[in-house]
Design a protein around this ligand. Structure first.
Ligand SMILES: [Zn+2]
Ligand SMILES: [Zn+2]
Length: 351
């Protein structure tokens, strides 16, 4: 790519003792730092108190930003609100709080949008119902905790408890389709969330296991941003604005780090007039290409307007583009979902 882009690997969606998590924010941040996360975005339920208490900032080499996970009175429509300065009243219909976040200058991400689990009484599903809202900015295309719980059965629960990272396999097709469809109308960022609580689960009521310790969750789904600006230690507020801008602009990709470090992944479009990365728009001319650099040889699927058009194995790939539309790639390693890019628009305008 022409411009130098700074890459940062981060963790989105974690809970602390300010709501139903098991550890304090400094303790959680120390774990993220140990696991080399460049940023960690916390989102305790219906509270912004940790931010108001001054807990944002650098913890070692990890930048911690604090938002809030809002939900409505039926415990649906969970919404991760970031870059907000004041608590958002969630005791109103969700359609209102979603827009209030934006009115404050913040942005928000729909959490675990298509949750359907029905078999664990203590953990009912918390799906999203407001698809006609125009105010949300992003969707969690992959939520680690949600996927793990949803796949749980009486027969596999011990295996899944023993292999928490291996049991995370893929984003939901339904969510990916919604994301593609939404992007045909306007830009909607796809991010990966962990929904870490440091949970203790009771198995058969006989003994309890701490299944997703923060240390385990933080080695699963990452959201990677690519920014023209560097995160500097002198001013954490400025650094956080860089992270938030990259996410809002969809200059990011999602990976499951159990399958390998995805930091070297790049996806961009170029022609004679310009080079654009994820989140960007490029005119379609006779010599327009999409390029992919995978961290290692892997299966790459090119998705055009929500439909797979090319599937190719390789580490450096180049696709000639002749049709306008929105493009993204999915990378699989040994048949398993590994990396999901955000969209690039070619020959179409975006809002
Ligand atoms: Zn939630
Ligand atoms: Zn959550």
């Amino acid at each position: 790519m022409e411009k130098k882009l700074f890459h940062y690997s981060g963790i989105i969606h974690a809970h602390s003792t300010y709501s139903d998590g098991q550890k304090s924010i400094p303790e959680i941040a120390a774990i993220a730092d140990e696991l080399k996360a460049d940023f960690l975005l916390m989102s305790d339920h219906n509270t912004l108190q940790p931010k108001l208490d001054g807990l944002e900032g650098w913890y070692g080499n990890t930048l911690v930003g604090i938002g809030s996970e809002l939900n409505d009175k039926d415990d649906k429509n969970h919404y991760l609100a970031f870059n907000i300065e004041k608590p958002v009243n969630h005791k109103v219909p969700a359609s209102e709080y979603v827009c209030k976040v934006r009115e404050q200058g913040g942005f928000g991400i729909i959490a675990h949008p298509d949750e359907t689990r029905a078999h664990i009484q203590a953990y009912p599903p918390y799906p999203w119902t407001l698809w006609d809202s125009d105010c949300y900015d992003g969707i969690e295309i992959w939520n680690q905790m949600s996927e793990w719980m949803e796949g749980l059965t009486h027969f596999n629960k011990f295996w899944r408890a023993m292999h928490p990272r291996r049991s995370i396999l893929s984003p939901k097709k339904k969510t990916l389709s919604r994301w593609d469809e939404g992007n045909l109308k306007r830009k909607i960022t796809g991010v990966g969330g962990v929904d870490a609580h440091g949970h203790i689960h009771r198995m058969l009521g006989m003994f309890s296991v701490r299944i997703f310790r923060y240390k385990v969750s933080f080695r699963t789904i990452r959201t990677h941003i690519l920014s023209e600006q560097e995160l500097l230690k002198d001013d954490y507020r400025k650094a956080l604005q860089i992270v938030y801008k990259a996410i809002k602009e969809a200059q990011c990709f999602v990976s499951h780090s159990y399958l390998g470090n995805a930091s070297a992944f790049r996806f961009w479009a170029e022609n004679e007039s310009a080079v654009v990365q994820m989140g960007g728009t490029l005119q379609l001319d006779a010599d327009t290409h999409l390029k992919v650099m995978n961290p290692e040889k892997a299966e790459t699927r090119l998705i055009h307007n929500g439909k797979e058009t090319i599937r190719e194995e390789g580490s450096v790939l180049k696709f000639k583009i002749t049709k306008p539309g929105i493009y993204r790639v999915e990378i699989r390693k040994s048949g398993k979902a590994w990396i999901f890019s955000n969209h690039i628009r070619i020959g179409v305008t975006s809002r």
